[in-house]
Design a protein around this ligand. Structure first.
Ligand code: THU
Length: 163
């Protein structure tokens, strides 16, 4: 028997001003997206902003629905949009923030498992790692790759049948 230890390296920024100018802009963009979320059922607004290798910033937010499972998280709205419009352009970074009626959550928001799965597939597809900024009211967490956000992941290996 043996044990495997998996660790995630998280850089904690104690204020947004510690970020690079480009990342400050990305954080601003995810907050703007958050304001425009459609979340009448949960009252939990989430915004995501993605910076692509071509410099374009793509924004998305959660879109809820009266048929609850029909809604979609902010990260996937943004990532699917980015991948649909720029299928060959790698992602450099994604920033995510969440707000309720009291404002931005104190602890940096944690993406759900399905969103982590989608972020990871983009990383694999583009053959390029990107970092995630999880934005809280004061602190911001930076995680260097989606594989660190989703360890022991399902990558589809073994799905394709040999000819
Ligand atoms: N939500 C996101 O948009 N991203 C996440 O990573 C977690 C949850 C949304 C889904 C739903 O509209 C609301 O937050 C409450 O779960």
């Amino acid at each position: 028997m043996k044990s495997i230890i998996i660790s995630t390296d998280i850089t904690v920024y104690e204020s947004g001003t510690e970020l690079s100018k480009a990342d400050q802009e990305l954080v601003k963009a995810c907050k703007e997206a958050c304001q425009k979320a459609y979340a009448p059922y949960s009252g939990f607004n989430v915004g995501a902003a993605i910076r692509l290798a071509n410099g374009v910033i793509v924004k998305g937010n959660n879109q809820e629905n009266a048929a609850y499972p029909s809604g979609l998280c902010a990260e996937r709205v943004a990532m699917f949009y980015a991948n649909s419009v720029y299928p060959d352009v790698a992602v450099e970074a994604i920033a995510v923030v969440a707000m309720n009626d009291k404002g931005i959550l104190e602890s940096p928001v944690a993406p759900c498992g399905s969103c982590r799965q989608v972020l990871l597939e983009t990383e694999i597809r583009m053959k390029q790692q990107f970092y995630t900024l999880l934005v809280g009211a004061v602190e911001i967490y930076k995680i260097n790759s989606s594989s660190e956000l989703l360890p022991i992941s399902f990558t589809g290996q073994g799905l394709k049948r040999k000819k």
